[in-house]
Design a protein around this ligand. Structure first.
Ligand SMILES: Cc1cc2nc3c(=O)[nH]c(=O)nc-3n(C[C@H](O)[C@H](O)[C@H](O)COP(=O)(O)OP(=O)(O)OC[C@H]3O[C@@H](n4cnc5c(N)ncnc54)[C@H](O)[C@@H]3O)c2cc1C
Length: 813
């Protein structure tokens, strides 16, 4: 049995120890520099509010499990969770609408909630001023995690199963040999270990640095205030009776605590803390994770609190402090194993809310080799290189603090730092009036204002205005519809630079890739294969296009850094895996006139016979050397044309000039997304994730079971493709007002049966399209369902896919 050392006995370390020992890994030693169970870390003073609603399904599931688990635990007869319910209130119309969206996320996860009017909110929380509140979202299973008790209960249970706990012992170093952990050195001696799990909270960077790992997180101060006795609560003899309360519009949250109120505030400037400035244990009168209260930062929060909860006008701020906990650039935890030091795991930047879920996931990774929850959003190595630099991390983490309760549109780009990554043709796009959004730091046009005149020609265009007002309709323009229609009739240039490109080469490249992917890539040079990367359970890790450019040289079109890491981690010494994205760029030249354009500027054979569908060649476009691949996510004739960054502008100018005769246009991402859905092309991360197998996702065609062994094949062979329990289906509606955003629940009657993954208006097919997961018995075309959208129910029908050009005449023509 592996010897495990868990560094940190906060809620996360305690959960990891409990979950590991519960799975039979009982040789676990938990080490904490502080005393137990109040170690002095963030868990020692967190008020423990657990709200489960989250736009991320992963975060909701981590929270749901935390609630379930803590509800089942007690600490010497005292519950670890107080199921008082959670009330998120709205004081603006925008927020009120958003509460419905949040209720939808919960419904699709099977978590009960309801949107209430002001009077009902006040009935649940009588301290609220009904005149200030427009409504609230009540989630009965939300509540208060008593984090110190949760630590105590989980640590005790782990001890009962054999774990050893060393309190008051600091880990000074993590010992390694030949690229793996062998133990830890503490101020009380050395301990051998096969696995070390870093659950060191705000000290995480310090511990990770012991093994040369840079953790992209920032500890930040966050204010927590306790009022004196509130007359309206006088006589309350129970710890908490009212639902926990969130006033996200003002960055505030509340819980009652006997006759006092506790108020948490994000309504202040970000106050980052350097890990080296965190006090040592016992060095001062307070815990190391507690900083002096800065009253000025609470002034507006207190005013707002007295407005929303008038009873507080008769109370004082009794005390407060600035507590420290960790933020990440995208708000998700950091979970995973060090790529260079085997056996060193991290579980960092985790809220109490998600702690037991994360503990379970880490234990599953260690014991079973994989988590039961799709963790790709929390993977340690999800970041691009520029996203782990100290300046970026500090700026974005401070922004994460500012945005923690903000109403973020799914398409909303980061405000800053921008611009960061520019394709070489950025100036050209700018000159065409591109409206830029951002993807992995790349500036990417969403549509082009210069295409506005197309609206007159394409009167079917005009993206229908989303029903629920300005907010939902942001980041879109009717111009995108015209761009989509014009692409299908003429030819357009799409910026595909943000697509991750990985070069795989070396003597063993073919065998290496062949073993990892579901398709047969050992075909002729020039072949392009769409296939999947699976895990050992046969679930989808990613989808990739593998272009064979030489006998042992491939270009892999992938989904992001996780794919790069996955390939790198597995590459044998005779295979080189190289991220060529930053040094290259890509234009998708698509539309019926694409061949006319390209042949006018290239001597290479771009004929249908000479350059078939899903083939690649290295060619020249005028004087620009390119790699051209005949494939298209928009379902039109054309090519992805790659070149080096230095020649990107020349490529753009060459194609643009040649295209004039054919009325070429530049197309943006909004048009692209709409056309992608018309063709039914899946997008990893939205439509399918690590939770799904190929058959459920409608990607069985990408699997070659006849091929020799590949990762996941064993499991797939045990599956009956026809006997899956859920399916990704295409839903459509002819109502131009029925376009949804993604993540909405799908209903049949009162029951939430699934959720939407991607959605758009299909400009060519004239229908609203929503891809969604539903149980197989509801996947038959013609089945009526409803999508819950901002509280309304929109009728949709399961529809045969693809909606556009099922015979593929466009692509193959
Ligand atoms: C004021 C405040 C309010 C909050 N409110 C909420 C809330 O309402 N809901 C919510 O979900 N979250 C809340 N949070 C966030 C939450 O408290 C933290 O995210 C969570 O407690 C982190 O748990 P952890 O186990 O990772 O870290 P910690 O609890 O900090 O535990 C880390 C442990 O590692 C130990 N350690 C570190 N380095 C070493 C070493 N070298 N050797 C030995 N031991 C070491 C430390 O002593 C510490 O005990 C709040 C945070 C603050 C500050």
């Amino acid at each position: 049995m592996p010897r495990v050392v868990v560094i940190g006995a906060g809620v996360v370390g305690a959960a990891v120890a409990d979950e590991l020992t519960g799975r039979g890994w009982t040789d676990v030693t938990v080490i904490d520099q502080g005393p137990l169970p109040m170690t002095g870390g963030s868990s020692s003073h967190a008020p423990g509010l657990v709200f489960q609603a989250n736009s991320s399904r992963m975060m909701t599931e981590l929270a749901r499990y935390t609630v379930e688990k803590l509800c089942s635990l007690d600490d010497e007869g005292e519950p670890c969770f107080l199921p008082v319910g959670g009330l998120e209130i709205a004081t603006s119309v925008e927020r009120l609408l958003d509460l419905h969206r949040r209720a939808g996320w919960l419904a699709s996860h099977g978590i009960e909630s309801s949107v209430l009017g002001p009077e009902q909110c006040v009935r649940l929380h009588p301290l609220l001023d009904a005149a200030e509140v427009l409504g609230g979202l009540f989630t009965p299973t939300d509540g208060l995690a008593r984090s110190v008790r949760a630590v105590a209960a989980q640590i005790r249970r782990a001890q009962q199963r054999g774990a050893i706990v060393l309190a008051g012992r600091e880990v000074l170093d993590v010992l390694t040999e030949d690229g793996r952990v062998v133990g830890v050195r503490t101020d009380g001696g050395e301990l051998p270990a096969d696995v070390v799990v870093c659950c060191a909270g705000i000290w995480g960077q310090k511990v990770a640095a012991m093994v040369g790992l840079n953790l992209p997180l920032t500890p930040l101060e966050h204010q927590l205030v306790r009022t004196g006795s509130v007359p309206a609560l006088a006589g309350q003899e129970t710890e908490a009776v009212r639902p926990i309360l969130r006033h996200q519009g003002a960055d505030l949250y509340y819980r009652d605590d006997y006759d006092q109120m506790m108020i948490g505030s994000y309504d202040h400037r970000p106050i980052p803390v350097d890990v080296h400035d965190i006090a040592r244990h016992g060095a001062g009168p307070t815990m190391p994770s507690v900083r002096p209260f800065t009253p000025d930062d609470f002034a507006s929060g207190w005013k707002e609190s007295q407005s929303i909860l008038p009873a507080l006008r008769h109370a004082e701020v009794a005390d407060g402090f600035n507590g420290i906990f960790s933020f990440t650039t995208d708000g998700a935890p950091l979970i995973g194993e060090h790529r260079e030091v085997a056996g060193f795991w991290v579980a960092e930047a985790v809220w109490v809310t998600h702690s037991a879920g994360v503990g379970r996931a880490v234990a599953e990774c260690l014991v079973d080799g994989h988590p039961s929850v799709d963790l790709h959003e929390a993977e340690l190595y999800r970041f691009e290189p520029h996203q782990i630099g100290p300046a970026y991390v500090l700026e974005r983490d401070c922004q994460s603090f500012v945005e923690v309760y903000d109403l973020l549109h799914p398409l909303q780009p980061m405000d800053s730092p921008r611009p960061l990554r520019l394709p070489p043709f950025h100036d050209r796009q700018h000159a065409l009036g591109a409206y830029f959004l951002e993807a992995s730091g790349w500036e990417r046009p969403q549509w082009y204002e210069s295409n506005a005149p197309l609206l007159a020609a394409y009167d079917r265009a005009g993206t229908p205005i989303a029903r629920f007002g300005e907010w939902a309709s942001r980041y879109t323009s009717p111009i995108a519809g015209a761009e989509a229609l014009a692409t299908r009739e003429r030819v357009a240039m799409y910026d595909m630079t943000a697509l991750k490109r990985i070069e795989v080469m070396g003597r063993g490249a073919t065998a290496f890739l062949q073993h990892l992917v579901t398709g047969n890539i050992d075909r002729s040079v020039g072949s392009v294969t769409y296939c999947l990367l699976l895990d050992e359970r046969g679930r989808i890790r990613s989808d990739v296009t593998v272009a064979r450019l030489g006998p042992e040289r491939y270009q892999v079109g992938a989904n992001g850094n996780l794919d790069l890491e996955y390939l790198r981690a597995r590459a044998p010494s005779d295979v080189f895996v190289h991220d060529i994205t930053p040094g290259t760029c890509c234009i998708g030249l698509w539309g019926p006139a694409a061949r006319d354009v390209i042949t006018s500027v290239s001597h290479d054979d771009f004929s249908n016979k000479g350059f078939g569908y899903f083939r690649a060649i290295e060619a020249h476009v005028a004087m620009v050397p390119v790699t051209a691949m005949r494939l298209s996510y928009v379902g039109e004739l054309g090519w992805e044309i790659y070149t080096s960054a230095d020649l990107g502008t020349k490529l753009w100018d060459t194609l643009w000039a040649a295209g004039q005769e054919h009325r070429v246009l530049a197309g943006g991402r909004a048009a692209f997304s709409s056309m992608r859905l018309e063709k039914g092309y899946r997008s990893f991360g939205a439509d399918m994730t690590w939770d799904h197998n190929p058959y459920e996702a409608g990607l069985g065609f990408a699997v070659r079971l006849a091929k020799d062994d590949f990762v996941g094949k064993d499991r797939l062979e045990q599956l009956d493709p026809e006997a899956v329990e859920r399916r990704l289906v295409c839903l459509t509606s002819t109502d131009p007002q029925a376009v949804v955003m993604g993540n909405e629940p799908v209903f049949v009657g009162a029951e939430a049966v699934g959720y939407v993954t991607s959605a758009a208006w299909g400009h060519t097919v004239g229908r609203a399209i929503a891809y969604a997961w539903v149980p197989t018995h509801l996947a038959t075309p013609g089945t009526d369902v409803e999508i819950g959208y901002f509280g309304a129910r929109l009728p949709y029908v399961v529809t045969t896919e693809p909606l556009f050009d099922p015979a593929m005449t466009r692509l193959r023509g």
